[in-house]
Design a protein around this ligand. Structure first.
Ligand SMILES: [Zn+2]
Length: 439
Protein backbone atom coordinates (compact mmCIF):
# COMPACT_ATOMS: atom_id res chain seq x y z
CA UNK A 1 0.00 0.00 0.00
CA UNK A 2 2.73 2.42 1.05
CA UNK A 3 4.63 1.83 -2.19
CA UNK A 4 1.44 2.24 -4.21
CA UNK A 5 0.57 5.53 -2.53
CA UNK A 6 4.14 6.80 -2.96
CA UNK A 7 3.97 5.95 -6.66
CA UNK A 8 0.61 7.67 -6.89
CA UNK A 9 2.02 10.78 -5.20
CA UNK A 10 5.02 10.77 -7.57
CA UNK A 11 2.67 10.38 -10.50
CA UNK A 12 0.59 13.37 -9.35
CA UNK A 13 3.75 15.44 -8.85
CA UNK A 14 4.96 14.59 -12.31
CA UNK A 15 1.64 15.67 -13.82
CA UNK A 16 1.65 18.95 -11.88
CA UNK A 17 5.29 19.57 -12.83
CA UNK A 18 4.70 18.90 -16.51
CA UNK A 19 1.60 21.12 -16.51
CA UNK A 20 3.59 23.91 -14.88
CA UNK A 21 6.50 23.66 -17.26
CA UNK A 22 4.26 23.50 -20.30
CA UNK A 23 2.24 26.48 -19.13
CA UNK A 24 5.36 28.52 -18.42
CA UNK A 25 6.88 27.60 -21.76
CA UNK A 26 3.70 28.50 -23.64
CA UNK A 27 3.36 31.84 -21.87
CA UNK A 28 6.92 33.03 -22.42
CA UNK A 29 8.35 32.06 -25.78
CA UNK A 30 9.98 33.99 -28.64
CA UNK A 31 6.51 34.19 -30.22
CA UNK A 32 4.79 35.55 -27.10
CA UNK A 33 7.61 38.04 -26.60
CA UNK A 34 7.14 39.15 -30.22
CA UNK A 35 3.39 39.51 -29.57
CA UNK A 36 4.05 41.54 -26.42
CA UNK A 37 6.27 43.97 -28.35
CA UNK A 38 3.66 44.25 -31.13
CA UNK A 39 0.94 45.22 -28.64
CA UNK A 40 2.56 48.56 -27.83
CA UNK A 41 0.85 51.19 -29.93
CA UNK A 42 3.78 53.00 -31.50
CA UNK A 43 1.83 54.37 -34.46
CA UNK A 44 2.07 57.98 -35.53
CA UNK A 45 0.97 60.64 -34.84
CA UNK A 46 1.29 59.75 -31.12
CA UNK A 47 3.68 56.82 -30.78
CA UNK A 48 4.10 55.43 -27.27
CA UNK A 49 7.86 55.08 -26.86
CA UNK A 50 8.09 54.71 -23.07
CA UNK A 51 6.42 51.32 -22.66
CA UNK A 52 8.22 49.45 -25.49
CA UNK A 53 11.58 50.86 -24.39
CA UNK A 54 10.99 49.54 -20.82
CA UNK A 55 9.98 46.18 -22.27
CA UNK A 56 13.13 46.01 -24.40
CA UNK A 57 15.36 47.03 -21.48
CA UNK A 58 13.84 44.17 -19.42
CA UNK A 59 14.49 41.77 -22.27
CA UNK A 60 18.07 43.01 -22.64
CA UNK A 61 18.71 42.59 -18.92
CA UNK A 62 17.31 39.06 -18.93
CA UNK A 63 19.84 38.19 -21.64
CA UNK A 64 22.73 40.08 -20.04
CA UNK A 65 23.11 43.00 -22.46
CA UNK A 66 23.86 46.49 -21.24
CA UNK A 67 21.22 49.10 -22.03
CA UNK A 68 21.41 52.85 -22.44
CA UNK A 69 18.81 55.37 -23.60
CA UNK A 70 19.80 58.62 -25.27
CA UNK A 71 17.36 61.46 -25.94
CA UNK A 72 18.40 64.05 -28.49
CA UNK A 73 14.83 65.31 -28.78
CA UNK A 74 12.66 65.25 -25.67
CA UNK A 75 10.25 62.30 -25.56
CA UNK A 76 11.96 60.56 -28.50
CA UNK A 77 14.40 58.07 -26.98
CA UNK A 78 17.04 56.00 -28.72
CA UNK A 79 17.71 52.69 -27.00
CA UNK A 80 21.17 51.21 -27.40
CA UNK A 81 21.99 47.68 -26.24
CA UNK A 82 25.51 46.35 -26.18
CA UNK A 83 27.23 42.96 -26.06
CA UNK A 84 30.92 43.59 -25.54
CA UNK A 85 33.25 41.64 -27.80
CA UNK A 86 36.43 39.90 -26.68
CA UNK A 87 38.36 42.49 -28.73
CA UNK A 88 36.49 45.76 -28.22
CA UNK A 89 39.21 47.63 -30.14
CA UNK A 90 37.96 46.20 -33.42
CA UNK A 91 35.25 48.26 -35.18
CA UNK A 92 31.87 47.14 -33.85
CA UNK A 93 28.72 46.02 -35.67
CA UNK A 94 25.25 47.48 -35.32
CA UNK A 95 21.79 45.96 -35.78
CA UNK A 96 19.18 48.69 -36.12
CA UNK A 97 15.40 48.78 -36.11
CA UNK A 98 12.83 51.50 -35.49
CA UNK A 99 10.37 51.71 -32.63
CA UNK A 100 7.60 53.57 -34.45
CA UNK A 101 5.10 52.48 -37.06
CA UNK A 102 2.70 54.05 -39.50
CA UNK A 103 -0.96 54.42 -38.45
CA UNK A 104 -3.52 51.65 -39.06
CA UNK A 105 -7.20 52.00 -39.98
CA UNK A 106 -8.43 49.40 -37.49
CA UNK A 107 -11.92 49.08 -39.01
CA UNK A 108 -10.32 47.75 -42.21
CA UNK A 109 -8.39 44.99 -40.41
CA UNK A 110 -9.70 41.49 -39.76
CA UNK A 111 -8.01 41.55 -36.32
CA UNK A 112 -7.27 44.73 -34.33
CA UNK A 113 -3.86 46.09 -35.41
CA UNK A 114 -2.41 46.19 -31.89
CA UNK A 115 -3.82 42.86 -30.66
CA UNK A 116 -1.07 40.73 -32.23
CA UNK A 117 -3.70 38.05 -32.69
CA UNK A 118 -2.30 34.69 -33.77
CA UNK A 119 -4.54 32.54 -35.94
CA UNK A 120 -4.62 28.74 -35.71
CA UNK A 121 -2.38 28.52 -38.73
CA UNK A 122 0.21 30.82 -37.12
CA UNK A 123 -0.38 34.21 -38.78
CA UNK A 124 0.36 37.00 -36.31
CA UNK A 125 -1.59 40.13 -37.25
CA UNK A 126 -0.22 43.48 -36.11
CA UNK A 127 0.90 46.87 -37.37
CA UNK A 128 4.67 46.53 -37.29
CA UNK A 129 4.72 42.73 -37.66
CA UNK A 130 6.79 43.18 -40.85
CA UNK A 131 7.88 46.81 -40.48
CA UNK A 132 9.90 46.31 -38.45
CA UNK A 133 9.26 44.95 -34.96
CA UNK A 134 10.06 41.45 -36.22
CA UNK A 135 13.76 42.21 -36.57
CA UNK A 136 13.84 44.14 -33.28
CA UNK A 137 12.81 40.97 -31.42
CA UNK A 138 14.73 38.54 -33.67
CA UNK A 139 18.02 40.33 -32.85
CA UNK A 140 17.36 39.73 -29.14
CA UNK A 141 16.17 36.15 -29.49
CA UNK A 142 19.14 35.15 -31.62
CA UNK A 143 21.53 36.68 -29.08
CA UNK A 144 19.67 34.86 -26.28
CA UNK A 145 20.32 31.59 -28.13
CA UNK A 146 23.94 32.42 -28.92
CA UNK A 147 24.59 33.27 -25.27
CA UNK A 148 22.98 30.07 -24.06
CA UNK A 149 25.32 28.14 -26.34
CA UNK A 150 28.33 29.94 -24.82
CA UNK A 151 29.18 31.94 -27.96
CA UNK A 152 31.53 34.89 -27.37
CA UNK A 153 31.71 37.61 -30.05
CA UNK A 154 35.08 38.94 -31.12
CA UNK A 155 33.67 42.33 -32.13
CA UNK A 156 31.32 44.30 -29.95
CA UNK A 157 27.68 44.03 -31.05
CA UNK A 158 25.25 46.94 -30.66
CA UNK A 159 21.49 46.88 -31.17
CA UNK A 160 19.70 50.19 -31.65
CA UNK A 161 15.99 50.99 -31.45
CA UNK A 162 15.29 54.42 -32.90
CA UNK A 163 12.17 56.63 -32.99
CA UNK A 164 10.62 58.62 -35.86
CA UNK A 165 11.86 56.54 -38.81
CA UNK A 166 8.42 56.54 -40.41
CA UNK A 167 8.37 60.33 -40.54
CA UNK A 168 11.88 60.74 -41.94
CA UNK A 169 14.18 59.87 -39.04
CA UNK A 170 15.16 63.50 -38.51
CA UNK A 171 14.60 63.43 -34.72
CA UNK A 172 15.87 59.86 -34.50
CA UNK A 173 18.68 58.27 -36.50
CA UNK A 174 19.74 61.55 -38.13
CA UNK A 175 20.48 63.08 -34.70
CA UNK A 176 22.05 59.87 -33.42
CA UNK A 177 24.33 59.45 -36.46
CA UNK A 178 25.59 63.01 -36.00
CA UNK A 179 26.38 62.55 -32.28
CA UNK A 180 29.57 61.86 -30.36
CA UNK A 181 27.83 58.85 -28.77
CA UNK A 182 27.50 57.40 -32.25
CA UNK A 183 31.12 58.17 -33.19
CA UNK A 184 32.24 56.42 -30.00
CA UNK A 185 30.62 53.18 -31.21
CA UNK A 186 33.38 52.95 -33.84
CA UNK A 187 31.14 51.08 -36.25
CA UNK A 188 32.61 48.92 -39.00
CA UNK A 189 29.37 47.56 -40.38
CA UNK A 190 25.62 47.81 -39.80
CA UNK A 191 22.37 46.10 -40.69
CA UNK A 192 18.95 47.71 -40.91
CA UNK A 193 15.46 46.77 -42.06
CA UNK A 194 14.62 45.24 -45.44
CA UNK A 195 11.39 43.86 -46.90
CA UNK A 196 9.43 40.64 -47.27
CA UNK A 197 9.50 38.44 -50.35
CA UNK A 198 6.50 36.41 -51.59
CA UNK A 199 9.11 34.07 -53.13
CA UNK A 200 11.51 31.81 -51.32
CA UNK A 201 14.69 33.93 -51.45
CA UNK A 202 15.74 36.51 -48.86
CA UNK A 203 15.83 40.08 -50.19
CA UNK A 204 18.76 42.33 -49.37
CA UNK A 205 19.18 46.05 -50.04
CA UNK A 206 22.46 47.89 -50.62
CA UNK A 207 21.22 51.45 -51.20
CA UNK A 208 18.20 53.69 -50.82
CA UNK A 209 16.75 56.07 -53.38
CA UNK A 210 16.85 59.67 -52.22
CA UNK A 211 13.66 61.76 -52.34
CA UNK A 212 13.58 65.28 -53.73
CA UNK A 213 10.53 67.51 -53.46
CA UNK A 214 10.24 69.75 -56.51
CA UNK A 215 7.86 72.71 -56.70
CA UNK A 216 7.55 74.66 -59.96
CA UNK A 217 5.83 78.05 -60.00
CA UNK A 218 4.70 79.81 -63.15
CA UNK A 219 3.76 83.43 -63.63
CA UNK A 220 2.18 85.13 -66.60
CA UNK A 221 -0.08 87.93 -67.70
CA UNK A 222 -3.68 87.30 -66.68
CA UNK A 223 -6.24 87.54 -69.42
CA UNK A 224 -9.80 86.93 -70.57
CA UNK A 225 -10.72 83.28 -70.86
CA UNK A 226 -11.62 83.84 -74.50
CA UNK A 227 -8.28 85.31 -75.55
CA UNK A 228 -5.49 83.39 -77.27
CA UNK A 229 -2.12 84.82 -76.25
CA UNK A 230 1.40 83.66 -75.40
CA UNK A 231 3.08 83.22 -72.02
CA UNK A 232 0.12 82.74 -69.73
CA UNK A 233 1.04 81.14 -66.39
CA UNK A 234 -0.97 78.03 -67.21
CA UNK A 235 0.59 77.66 -70.64
CA UNK A 236 4.07 78.00 -69.18
CA UNK A 237 3.37 75.46 -66.47
CA UNK A 238 1.69 73.00 -68.83
CA UNK A 239 4.80 73.00 -71.05
CA UNK A 240 6.78 71.88 -67.98
CA UNK A 241 4.20 69.26 -67.09
CA UNK A 242 4.46 67.82 -70.61
CA UNK A 243 8.26 67.73 -70.55
CA UNK A 244 8.32 66.10 -67.13
CA UNK A 245 5.72 63.54 -68.26
CA UNK A 246 7.96 62.65 -71.23
CA UNK A 247 10.95 62.18 -68.92
CA UNK A 248 8.82 60.05 -66.60
CA UNK A 249 7.77 57.92 -69.55
CA UNK A 250 11.38 57.45 -70.71
CA UNK A 251 12.38 56.19 -67.25
CA UNK A 252 9.32 53.98 -66.93
CA UNK A 253 10.08 52.46 -70.37
CA UNK A 254 13.30 50.97 -68.94
CA UNK A 255 11.24 49.28 -66.24
CA UNK A 256 8.55 48.07 -68.64
CA UNK A 257 11.20 46.65 -70.99
CA UNK A 258 12.73 44.75 -68.08
CA UNK A 259 16.02 46.68 -68.39
CA UNK A 260 15.86 48.14 -64.89
CA UNK A 261 14.04 47.62 -61.61
CA UNK A 262 11.64 50.29 -60.42
CA UNK A 263 14.16 51.39 -57.82
CA UNK A 264 16.97 51.74 -60.38
CA UNK A 265 15.40 54.56 -62.38
CA UNK A 266 14.57 58.16 -61.49
CA UNK A 267 10.90 58.35 -60.65
CA UNK A 268 9.06 61.63 -60.95
CA UNK A 269 5.39 61.79 -60.06
CA UNK A 270 3.05 64.78 -59.93
CA UNK A 271 1.57 65.14 -56.44
CA UNK A 272 -0.38 68.39 -56.76
CA UNK A 273 -1.46 71.09 -59.18
CA UNK A 274 -2.54 74.51 -57.97
CA UNK A 275 -4.06 77.22 -60.18
CA UNK A 276 -7.19 79.16 -60.91
CA UNK A 277 -9.01 82.18 -59.54
CA UNK A 278 -11.43 81.04 -56.83
CA UNK A 279 -15.09 82.07 -56.95
CA UNK A 280 -17.99 81.35 -54.57
CA UNK A 281 -18.98 78.32 -56.64
CA UNK A 282 -15.53 76.99 -57.53
CA UNK A 283 -13.35 78.84 -60.01
CA UNK A 284 -13.78 81.84 -62.26
CA UNK A 285 -14.16 80.27 -65.68
CA UNK A 286 -13.61 83.20 -67.99
CA UNK A 287 -10.24 84.22 -66.61
CA UNK A 288 -6.74 82.88 -67.24
CA UNK A 289 -4.84 83.07 -63.92
CA UNK A 290 -1.55 84.90 -63.38
CA UNK A 291 -0.04 82.13 -61.23
CA UNK A 292 0.09 78.34 -61.36
CA UNK A 293 2.06 75.74 -59.47
CA UNK A 294 2.90 72.03 -59.62
CA UNK A 295 4.52 69.76 -57.02
CA UNK A 296 6.51 66.62 -57.81
CA UNK A 297 7.94 63.71 -55.82
CA UNK A 298 11.28 62.67 -57.31
CA UNK A 299 13.30 59.61 -56.23
CA UNK A 300 16.91 59.35 -57.35
CA UNK A 301 18.91 56.11 -57.23
CA UNK A 302 22.52 56.48 -56.00
CA UNK A 303 24.02 56.28 -59.50
CA UNK A 304 21.95 59.25 -60.73
CA UNK A 305 24.00 62.41 -61.13
CA UNK A 306 22.43 65.12 -58.95
CA UNK A 307 24.12 67.92 -60.94
CA UNK A 308 22.76 66.64 -64.27
CA UNK A 309 19.30 66.47 -62.72
CA UNK A 310 19.54 70.01 -61.38
CA UNK A 311 20.67 71.27 -64.79
CA UNK A 312 17.71 69.53 -66.44
CA UNK A 313 15.31 71.16 -63.98
CA UNK A 314 16.87 74.61 -64.42
CA UNK A 315 17.14 74.53 -68.21
CA UNK A 316 14.27 72.33 -69.38
CA UNK A 317 11.63 71.86 -66.71
CA UNK A 318 11.58 75.29 -65.11
CA UNK A 319 13.58 77.80 -67.18
CA UNK A 320 13.36 81.42 -66.15
CA UNK A 321 12.83 82.42 -69.80
CA UNK A 322 9.31 80.95 -69.47
CA UNK A 323 8.75 82.92 -66.25
CA UNK A 324 9.19 79.81 -64.13
CA UNK A 325 10.83 79.51 -60.73
CA UNK A 326 11.40 76.36 -58.71
CA UNK A 327 12.53 74.98 -55.37
CA UNK A 328 14.10 71.60 -54.66
CA UNK A 329 14.16 70.09 -51.19
CA UNK A 330 16.71 67.28 -51.06
CA UNK A 331 15.84 64.72 -48.37
CA UNK A 332 19.25 63.10 -48.28
CA UNK A 333 22.58 62.94 -50.03
CA UNK A 334 23.50 61.07 -53.20
CA UNK A 335 27.27 61.45 -52.81
CA UNK A 336 29.55 60.83 -49.83
CA UNK A 337 32.32 63.17 -48.65
CA UNK A 338 34.61 61.81 -51.39
CA UNK A 339 32.00 62.33 -54.11
CA UNK A 340 31.18 58.63 -54.48
CA UNK A 341 27.60 57.37 -54.95
CA UNK A 342 26.24 56.32 -51.56
CA UNK A 343 25.82 52.56 -51.74
CA UNK A 344 27.29 49.49 -50.06
CA UNK A 345 29.08 47.09 -52.42
CA UNK A 346 27.09 43.85 -52.55
CA UNK A 347 29.79 41.69 -54.08
CA UNK A 348 32.93 39.88 -53.02
CA UNK A 349 35.00 43.10 -53.07
CA UNK A 350 33.28 43.73 -49.73
CA UNK A 351 34.25 41.07 -47.14
CA UNK A 352 31.19 41.93 -45.03
CA UNK A 353 29.04 40.90 -48.01
CA UNK A 354 30.79 37.53 -48.39
CA UNK A 355 30.46 36.76 -44.68
CA UNK A 356 26.81 37.80 -44.63
CA UNK A 357 25.99 35.75 -47.73
CA UNK A 358 27.71 32.64 -46.44
CA UNK A 359 25.99 33.00 -43.06
CA UNK A 360 22.55 33.13 -44.70
CA UNK A 361 23.38 30.16 -46.93
CA UNK A 362 24.60 28.18 -43.93
CA UNK A 363 20.98 28.13 -42.69
CA UNK A 364 19.75 26.71 -45.99
CA UNK A 365 18.57 30.13 -47.17
CA UNK A 366 19.26 31.80 -50.48
CA UNK A 367 19.74 35.51 -51.17
CA UNK A 368 17.89 37.20 -54.02
CA UNK A 369 19.76 39.59 -56.34
CA UNK A 370 20.76 42.60 -54.18
CA UNK A 371 18.44 45.55 -54.67
CA UNK A 372 18.17 49.29 -54.26
CA UNK A 373 15.24 50.15 -52.02
CA UNK A 374 12.58 52.16 -53.88
CA UNK A 375 11.86 54.25 -50.78
CA UNK A 376 14.10 55.29 -47.87
CA UNK A 377 15.18 53.97 -44.49
CA UNK A 378 17.48 55.17 -41.72
CA UNK A 379 20.33 53.32 -43.49
CA UNK A 380 20.98 56.43 -45.58
CA UNK A 381 22.25 58.36 -42.54
CA UNK A 382 24.84 55.64 -41.88
CA UNK A 383 25.91 55.08 -45.48
CA UNK A 384 26.49 58.83 -45.83
CA UNK A 385 29.16 58.44 -43.12
CA UNK A 386 30.87 55.73 -45.14
CA UNK A 387 29.55 52.87 -42.99
CA UNK A 388 28.59 49.81 -45.07
CA UNK A 389 24.95 48.86 -44.40
CA UNK A 390 22.70 46.12 -45.71
CA UNK A 391 18.91 46.28 -45.38
CA UNK A 392 17.60 42.85 -44.47
CA UNK A 393 14.42 41.51 -42.85
CA UNK A 394 14.38 37.72 -43.18
CA UNK A 395 10.86 37.08 -44.49
CA UNK A 396 10.41 34.61 -47.33
CA UNK A 397 7.12 33.27 -48.70
CA UNK A 398 5.44 36.32 -47.19
CA UNK A 399 3.29 38.92 -48.99
CA UNK A 400 4.68 42.47 -48.80
CA UNK A 401 2.32 44.16 -46.35
CA UNK A 402 4.29 47.02 -44.86
CA UNK A 403 2.04 50.06 -44.39
CA UNK A 404 -0.91 47.95 -45.68
CA UNK A 405 -4.07 46.69 -43.96
CA UNK A 406 -3.80 43.29 -42.24
CA UNK A 407 -0.01 43.31 -41.93
CA UNK A 408 1.02 39.90 -40.61
CA UNK A 409 3.96 37.57 -40.20
CA UNK A 410 3.77 33.80 -39.86
CA UNK A 411 5.21 32.25 -36.69
CA UNK A 412 7.40 29.81 -38.63
CA UNK A 413 8.85 32.63 -40.74
CA UNK A 414 9.58 34.62 -37.59
CA UNK A 415 11.31 31.61 -35.97
CA UNK A 416 13.37 30.94 -39.11
CA UNK A 417 14.51 34.57 -38.95
CA UNK A 418 15.94 34.00 -35.47
CA UNK A 419 17.96 31.08 -36.80
CA UNK A 420 19.21 33.23 -39.71
CA UNK A 421 20.30 36.02 -37.37
CA UNK A 422 22.11 33.54 -35.10
CA UNK A 423 24.19 32.57 -38.09
CA UNK A 424 24.60 36.16 -39.36
CA UNK A 425 25.42 37.70 -35.97
CA UNK A 426 27.91 35.00 -35.01
CA UNK A 427 29.67 35.18 -38.40
CA UNK A 428 29.86 38.98 -38.63
CA UNK A 429 30.97 39.43 -35.03
CA UNK A 430 33.72 36.85 -35.55
CA UNK A 431 35.23 38.69 -38.54
CA UNK A 432 38.87 39.40 -37.77
CA UNK A 433 39.69 41.68 -40.73
CA UNK A 434 40.13 45.40 -40.31
CA UNK A 435 37.13 47.35 -41.53
CA UNK A 436 39.36 50.19 -42.83
CA UNK A 437 40.27 47.91 -45.73
CA UNK A 438 36.71 47.24 -46.73
CA UNK A 439 34.79 50.49 -46.75
ZN1 LIG B 1 10.37 50.33 -41.49
Amino acid sequence: MAVASLLWTLFLFSIIFSLQSSSSSSSDTPITRFQQYLRFNTAHPNPNYTAPVSFLINQAQSIGLTAKTIEFVSGKPILLLTWLGSNPNLPSILFNSHLDSVPAESEKWIHPPFSAHKTNDGHIYARGAQDDKCIGVQYLESIRNLKSRGFVPLRTIHISYVPEEEIGGFDGMMEFAASSEFRDLNLGFAMDEGQANPGDEFRVFYADRIPWNLVIKAEGIPGHGAKLYDNSAMENLMKSVELISKFRESQFDFVKAGKAANSEVISVNPVYLKAGTPSTTGFVMNMQPSEAEAGYDLRLPPMADPDVMKKRIAEEWAPSIRNLTYTIIEKGKLRDHLGRPIMTPANDSNPWWSIFKQAVEATGGKLAKPEILASTTDSRFLRTLGIPVFGFSPMTNTPILLHDHNEFLKDTVFMKGIEVYESVISALSSFEGVSDQVI
